[in-house]
Design a protein around this ligand. Structure first.
Ligand SMILES: NC(=O)c1ccc[n+]([C@@H]2O[C@H](COP(=O)([O-])OP(=O)(O)OC[C@H]3O[C@@H](n4cnc5c(N)ncnc54)[C@H](O)[C@@H]3O)[C@@H](O)[C@H]2O)c1
Ligand SMILES: O=C/C=C/C=C(\O)C(=O)O
Length: 487
């Protein structure tokens, strides 16, 4: 197997990155581009042996990295961000070729966010502090100690953004990392390994193991030397990981799927509400936070639908490298099958496709809006992870909240209303990790991020990330007992 492939003229190493060295595997898996199904290359296919080697490398590198000063760790994280910025265009092109998301989004939003992930957690580390407090004259001092090797497992829909959202705080915390990117989008994680090494991150502090979750996952998540597991992905995989982690009671952070509602009240700015609804087709709907259930107040439903169809029909679908494209392909033929299966079963059950409802050439799925859907139907209850929205109507706040909360998920919700008091009443009653009012996907990394119910376990972001990736320690010091000479 060749050690490198070339993607749009950019060399990407296809091997693992373990202990500061490139490591091949006997087996490989084939990586395809969703843009046209073409073969990008053969990628090292890790198994238990590579998992073991990567955890050993992370364990060996841990004492030195944990003992590195906060300011030095922050300096290296900023140097990684510099490297990301220097290679921004290459990262954007490789990511688009590998996962099919829009090049313009990678250039303008996603890759800058990747750099920001490193800068933000570097800076947050430097001011991470807790005010000491007293208990009967004793001082309590809280500290965040590095915890050890972390296993980070990430999905394909925003590969480098979601990987670095975990890698950056883990490294800032003084932990070492084994990153397992998704097998449908393995390439930018390999480039990150290069960038981190160039930035001076010591060998073994960041390791990247490629391969199928089913082949390499268990060996990583059941390993007794692993101190934290952070996973972003689907609920079924999360269950397996949690079961595997249970053997060692390894602490877990799980960021999972969603079926988020977008509530449109009659008093909303209807053009804004339509913009927010159309935005849910971003990344061909392959966004965990997507508000895929449009819940619209009866009195404006007809007008909302008219304007929505007008706006959605103007979207351009096609090659994600083209600046004019609004919606690219789905990630994989299997994902396309899955999406179409959901839609065809919904239609068979009585749903009406107002727009879309069918595949297009290649791996593209037409942006779809389904009405006449029952609250307890599969299409309303299950995550499709494709450009498929449902529309239901409600009469009044109680029904809006009842429908919004009536799934097993609780990742996010969006509320469109012109009434501030109503916004407060509604948001207080919604079950969701993030609620956006008259906006969508505005993210501050200081904020807690995660899901309620089956959308996740725990929260990351700002200090919450450090709370997860560190062993918190409280040191209680008595006022007495000091040697007089040393005060
Ligand atoms: N909440 C969030 O922040 C967020 C963000 C993005 C995506 N997601 C969710 O991710 C899902 C889509 O991603 P996906 O299809 O890649 O999810 P997935 O669960 O199939 O895979 C995610 C990762 O887990 C790995 N994996 C699979 N089996 C494993 C096992 N037994 N042990 C260890 N690792 C294993 C995969 O190789 C991949 O790297 C959707 O449900 C989406 O909502 C959530
Ligand atoms: O598809 C899911 C997107 C998740 C976004 C984040 O995890 C984030 O913005 O940190």
């Amino acid at each position: 197997m060749p050690d490198n492939i070339t993607v749009a003229g950019i060399a990407v190493d296809t091997r693992h990155w373990i202990g500061g060295r490139r490591v091949a595997s006997a087996g490989t898996f084939t990586d395809h581009s969703p843009i046209d199904g073409s073969v990008l290359g053969e990628i090292a296919r890790g198994g238990p042996a590579e998992a073991e080697a990567a955890v050993a490398a992370a364990r060996d590198a841990f004492p030195d990295w944990a003992g590195t000063s906060r300011s030095e760790r922050a300096r290296i994280l900023h140097a990684i961000a510099d490297g990301v910025e220097k290679r921004m265009e290459e990262l954007a092109i490789v990511e688009t070729t590998d996962n099919g998301a829009l090049l313009r989004s990678h250039r303008r939003g996603v890759m800058p966010r990747v750099a920001h992930n490193f800068r933000f957690f570097a800076d947050w580390l430097l001011q991470l502090d807790h005010e000491d407090f007293e208990t009967r004259g004793h001082t309590n001092h809280v500290s965040w100690d590095p915890a050890g090797p972390c296993v980070l497992i990430t999905p394909w829909n925003a590969p480098l953004m979601l990987a670095t959202w975990k890698v950056a705080p883990a490294l800032a915390a003084g932990d070492t990392v084994v990153l397992k990117p998704a097998e449908w989008s393995p390439l930018t994680a390999s480039l990150l390994a290069d960038i981190a090494a160039e930035a001076g991150l010591p060998a073994g502090v960041l390791n990247v193991v490629q391969g199928h979750g089913s082949e390499v996952g268990d060996a990583l998540t059941s390993h007794p030397d692993v101190r934290r597991i952070s996973f972003t992905g689907s609920v079924p995989t999360a269950r397996r990981i949690a079961a595997s982690a249970a053997a060692n009671l390894t602490p877990l952070s799980l960021e999972l799927g969603g079926k988020s509602p977008l509530l449109v009240f009659a008093d909303a700015d209807l053009d804004l509400a339509v913009d927010l609804a159309v935005e849910q087709y971003d990344n061909a709907g392959q966004v965990c936070l997507a508000g895929t259930r449009l819940l619209v107040e009866e009195s404006v439903a007809e007008e909302f639908t008219r304007r929505f169809v007008q706006r959605a029909s103007a979207l351009t679908q096609g090659d994600p490298r083209d600046e004019a494209t609004d919606i690219g392909p789905t990630i994989h033929p299997r994902q396309l099958e899955k999406i179409d299966g959901f839609v065809q079963r919904a239609v068979a059950a009585g749903a009406r496709a107002v727009i879309g409802g069918h595949r297009k050439d290649g791996q593209y799925y037409a942006p779809t809006l389904l009405t006449d859907v029952a609250q307890n139907s599969e299409i309303v209850q299950e995550e499709v992870f494709g450009p498929v929205l449902t529309l239901q109507t409600f009469a009044g706040e109680d029904e809006a909240v009842r429908l919004a909360n009536d799934t097993r998920f609780g990742l996010a919700a969006t509320v469109a209303t012109g009434d501030r008091d109503r916004a407060e009443r509604i948001t207080a009653r919604l079950v969701a990790g993030t609620v956006w009012v008259n906006c969508f996907f505005v993210r501050d990394l200081k904020a807690p991020f995660g899901g309620s119910r089956q959308s996740g376990v725990g929260r990351e972001g700002g200090t919450w990330s450090f709370d997860f990736y560190c062993d918190l320690k409280n040191t209680v010091t008595a006022p007495k007992g000091w040697n007089q000479d040393h005060g």
